[in-house]
Design a protein around this ligand. Structure first.
Ligand code: 26W
Length: 814
């Protein structure tokens, strides 16, 4: 948009006064932030309203991305970039004696996600708008996002994330678009006018009230919508009689029970805990979202039989799987279509992404729970299952009689949500080549054979606008100086940087930028936690959720072994290294919590030991999330992507770090394999078992972890350090970690991969010594990162699955 500094200053001062009731001199940072946010939102309003009018007018097919999680982080700066007003605003604020940096820090992170899956959804929102796809997000407006983590005495302690306590400037409440969602009750069946009719009776009613957040595309005038639903009791004074009798407790406890649905995000990633409230959350937003879509579709006057031609609904993992039976219900019970018509529309509307192969993450709901919470939905699932079984029985009963049971949607007293998604959609995709291949050839093999062509791959991506343009301004400027700014719209043009591959001046500047970013991060860390780190050391970074399969344990055991070597030989020629960890553990995941304590205990030992602390430092960065990531990633030298091969579906942190010039230490897992393909084997450090080897060892039980422990003295000493008193803890402190490695035969092959990890770490350090070589590796990583932009991912989804129109801009279509 067109905006000059003077106009901005005028608008801003007036807004600040109106919002805070105070003049600039007396305003708080929060006042300043709030006024700026509301002004930026207002600047967006015409395009926002215009976009939805244009979509309706053009009768376009629209995409609805249903996701339990949207991990968006802060929005202010991203939005200012998208609108092309960043510099003007920054200048205007400076003129007024204010700092954009300080003001933008006042924004609370919108942390409505656990990790990879939620952050992917947020990147997709940005890319859909920027690429010009009419695509909207549908989810839950949790009052509390993922918990805030504090490290107290080395342990993770969880605190509630009250992100809404000072209001959210971006959202607009839409009470007129609220819908009712029904739980429980019973189904009455009748036969009217030649067809079966179903009535849901005596249900508990919850109001789903949408809050809309604008999602501006990058300088294209398009503003899509993220719609998050909040649960409210039907009317605030729903039981006036009870209230006036003074029965306050009952009245309020009912109200709280209803509102509990959108109270808090479950903090488990990759572990399905089977709570009833979780199932309520899932149905709540899916039903609300579909009713909303249905309502606006009907307003368009288009025939219901064409629903799938105008609406593409994507479900982010199985959490929104109930979209399938719910859409069936709306089409049959409300729109009066028959089963076959409804089924055709549903399956052609819905597409599904699988994000994990871990068995413990597979959602399954007990039949009796589903039946009593959602009786009509369960009937529909049963019918889908019955019809599907009929076909598989007929096909397989002679060749393999167990096959149809294996493929069934309902089995062992449970509803298998992944099976429901596969059967009820027209596309099933994995999130990296290896992952999609393992889905098709191993985990979901019978389905892939049954549904030829339904399975496909869509390798994940990240928005380079947030993760490079915004979070690494120095590097962005350096890139633009060399190749122009086309990369912002066409990220694959970052490839043009390859011509600087052997340009000493360019590479030197690249390293100077890395150094400056490292100084910035060390200042940030010092300011936020009091810890000092040395910008001349290697920053070796592992940031992601804490999980045994991600193998933070491998990293820390290696650090322990370096410590032991250094203690023996203090003159060991090591380049000083700072190991940084950032990770939240699911509150109920004890082994993961012990790992956090282990990292901190090792850090305490090493950081205080004068013999080694010139060369080694270990830091656990508290409360890792989107904003912390934006500070760390630009400063990274080494990116740790060391999951057990076959376990990490894709990873996206690997892409962010690469894009910022870090070099990856990696197993051949997830998207690491595609990073390898992009940069070539000389620009990445690979180690460890392959996925195939992991499968083989797991199947034939030939792996013996204890033998490795016995035969590798250094590794053995590192493991023993957990219990021998070297660390300032009781010998039982790390019981679960030790026992997983030694008593339970190390399911994630930490010991097996230890030696090759230690070797590759040595190689990485040698490479780092050679500044010229390292800077060229770093450049290649940046130059080849364009394919990992989520713009590419979104174009792939749209080309193969959604097939919505792509608008360069909407200006002029009104
Ligand atoms: C029901 C409990 C639960 C909650 C979340 C189970 C599983 C999940 C997610 C599927 C876990 C997740 O975030 N998976 C990650 O998705 C990313 C985006 O595709 C991938 O990059 C990561 O490899 C994958 O672990």
């Amino acid at each position: 948009m067109e905006l000059n500094v003077n106009q901005f200053k005028k608008d801003y001062l007036r807004r600040l006064k109106a919002k805070s009731g105070r003049p600039l001199e007396e305003s708080t940072v929060w006042d300043q932030y709030h006024a700026l946010g509301s002004l930026i939102k207002e600047y967006m309003t015409d395009d926002w309203v215009g976009t939805s009018i244009a979509y309706n007018k053009l009768d376009t097919r629209q995409v609805f991305y249903f996701s339990m999680e949207f991990l968006t982080g802060k929005l202010l700066c991203d939005y200012m970039h998208a609108m092309g007003v960043f510099e003007v605003v920054e200048q205007g604020l400076t003129d007024l004696g204010l700092s954009l940096e300080t003001i933008s820090e006042a924004e609370r992170d919108q942390g409505l996600g656990n990790g990879g899956l939620g952050r992917l959804a947020a990147c997709f929102m940005d890319s859909m708008a920027s690429v010009g796809i009419p695509g909207h997000g549908i989810g839950i407006r949790f009052n509390f996002g993922l918990f805030e983590q504090k490290i107290i005495n080395g342990y993770q302690v969880e605190f509630p994330d009250r992100w809404l306590e000072n209001r959210n400037v971006w959202e607009v409440k839409m009470p007129d678009k609220a819908v009712e969602v029904h739980f429980g009750g019973s189904v009455r069946q009748d036969y009217i006018g030649g067809r079966n009719v179903f009535f849901l009776e005596n249900t508990e009613v919850v109001m789903a009230v949408p809050y809309d957040t604008p999602i501006p595309g990058y300088q294209n005038g398009i503003v899509n919508t993220l719609r998050l639903y909040s649960a409210e009791a039907k009317t605030p004074d729903f039981d006036l009689a009870g209230f006036s009798r003074g029965d306050y407790n009952r009245v309020f406890s009912e109200k709280y029970a209803v509102e509990a649905i959108s109270q808090v995000l479950y903090p488990d990633d990759a572990y399905e805990n089977g709570r009833l409230l979780r199932l309520k959350q899932e149905y709540f937003f899916v039903s609300a979202g579909l009713q909303g879509i249905m309502r606006s579709f009907k307003r368009s006057g288009l025939p219901i039989r064409d629903f799938h031609k105008y609406n593409a609904i994507h479900i982010n993992d199985t959490h929104p799987a109930l979209a399938i039976p719910e859409l069936m219900r709306l089409l049959m019970d409300i729109e009066e279509l028959n089963w076959e018509e409804a089924w055709k529309i549903t399956t052609q509307t819905i597409s599904y992404t699988n994000h994990t192969l871990l068995h413990e993450a597979m959602e399954k709901w007990p039949v009796d729970v589903m039946k009593s919470l959602l009786p009509r939905i369960f009937m529909i699932i049963e019918e889908i299952d019955r019809r599907f079984n009929q076909i598989t029985e007929r096909l397989y009963h002679q060749v393999d009689p167990r096959r149809s049971q294996q493929m069934a949607i309902i089995g062992d007293g449970q509803v298998r949500m992944a099976h429901l998604c596969i059967v009820g959609s027209h596309s099933v995709n994995g999130v990296a080549k290896l992952h999609s291949e393992l889905l098709a050839t191993k985990e979901l093999k019978p389905f892939n054979e049954f549904y030829a062509g339904k399975f496909n791959n869509k390798t994940n991506g990240i928005t380079h606008r947030r993760w490079l343009l915004h979070s690494n301004p120095r590097l962005s400027a350096h890139i633009t100086e060399a190749i122009g700014d086309e990369w912002i719209k066409e990220p694959e043009s970052l490839g043009r940087l390859m011509k600087y591959h052997s340009d000493p001046a360019y590479l030197e500047k690249l390293m100077a930028i890395k150094r400056a970013n490292k100084v910035d991060f060390s200042n940030y860390l010092h300011k936020t936690s009091g810890v000092s780190i040395d910008p001349d050391s290697i920053y070796d970074i592992q940031i992601k959720r804490l999980h045994e399969y991600k193998r933070q344990t491998l990293n820390i055991l290696h650090i322990m072994s370096m410590y032991l070597r250094l203690k023996e030989d203090p003159d060991l020629d090591l380049i000083p290294r700072t190991f940084l960890f950032g990770a939240k553990a699911a509150p109920g995941y004890q082994t993961a919590k012990q790992t956090i304590k282990l990292i901190n205990a090792v850090g305490d030992l090493i950081n205080a030991d004068k013999d080694v602390n010139e060369k080694l430092k270990v830091v656990f960065v508290e409360n890792y999330g989107v904003t912390v990531a934006e500070h760390i990633i630009p400063s990274a030298d080494i990116s740790e992507q060391i999951s057990t091969a076959s376990k990490e579906a894709s990873g996206t942190g690997n892409m962010k770090l690469m894009m910022n010039g870090a070099v990856t230490v990696a197993t051949l897992d997830g998207a690491n394999i595609e990073i390898l393909e992009a940069v070539g084997k000389d620009n990445i450090f690979l180690f460890g078992l392959t996925a195939e080897e992991v499968y083989r060892y797991t199947e034939n039980h030939s792996y013996k972890a204890f033998e490795i422990y016995q035969n590798n003295p250094l590794l053995r000493r590192a493991i023993d350090m957990m219990t021998d008193g070297t660390l300032n803890v009781s010998p039982e402190e790390f019981y679960l970690i030790r026992s997983a490695l030694l008593d339970h035969n190390d399911a994630f092959f930490v010991l097996k991969d230890f030696e090759s990890y230690a070797n590759i770490q040595k190689k990485a350090c040698e490479a780092y010594r050679d500044k010229k070589r390292w800077s060229a590796m770093s450049l290649v990583n940046i130059a080849k990162s364009g394919i990992f932009s989520s713009d590419r991912t979104i174009r792939d989804y749209n080309r193969d699955i959604w097939k919505a129109p792509v608008f360069e801009t909407l200006k002029g279509s009104l």
